[in-house]
Design a protein around this ligand. Sequence first.
Ligand code: ADP
Ligand code: MG
Length: 267
Amino acid sequence: MTTTATSKISVQAVHKVFPLKNDDFVALDRVSLDIADNEFVTVVGPSGCGKSTLMNILAGLETPTDGVALVDGIRVDGPGPERGVIFQQYALFPWLTVRKNIEFGLKLAGLGREERRERAEYFIRIVGLEQFADALPKMLSGGMKQRCAIARAYAVNPSILLMDEPFGALDALTRVTLQEQLLETWSREKRTVMFITHDVDEAVFLANRVVVMAARPGRVYDVIDVDLPYPRTEEVRLSPEFGELRNRVWHAVYHQTAGTHAGPPSH
Ligand SMILES: Nc1ncnc2c1ncn2[C@@H]1O[C@H](COP(=O)(O)OP(=O)(O)O)[C@@H](O)[C@H]1O
Ligand SMILES: [Mg+2]
């Protein structure tokens, strides 16, 4: 994998070992990955292959045992406002309304009342929560909570979104709607996105590029370009090209060769 000065995100030979009682556990084995500015990359792989560990390192919540993670060419050393993080569990403040949840990060960023209100309003509209702006999270469905979390992440204007299975807990229909909405927002409000999922369809539908990881040890197994046009409509989802890519990714995820650094069969 080549590293260029223009990479928005550059993961360079990142190694992560969790010391266990009897043995050391290699969660990430020299993972390298470059993500360009405004690129939408999905990461897919079996449970336990280190997806969350990789994301947490980029989020600055974990440190690599070896190797380095760079954002804008600077070593990641803790969380930062240029990186918005969205987890599977909505992580909204239950005592704050949708609007106040979205305004919270803006307050931390030092924005005045007027500007906070305006930005929150704008992103509430973008994710279609106008009717629920003054509702508490407990009054929202799972999908609406996640839309609120997305609006909150977008509002602080991070140049990077790190999303760890954000739609994992949602039913299939809500999931598809949110996928389309996320792409719509992404095309309007360009961001660099790393989106983790274990859903192969979702991985292909969203991405410019799908990174397939393998487990034991956690590593990059294959990287597959998705040359499908945006907007990704239902027509795209039902196209033979989509089907072909999905099969390729599916095969890479579920027919991984066991053993260290085994790569995929040549395509
Ligand atoms: N803090 C930790 N201590 C020990 N092992 C961990 C820790 N965090 C993750 N792991 C292990 O590392 C592996 C990768 O975990 P994770 O990154 O959560 O995988 P994924 O998100 O792909 O399911 C798993 O086997 C997990 O049990
Ligand atoms: Mg995970």
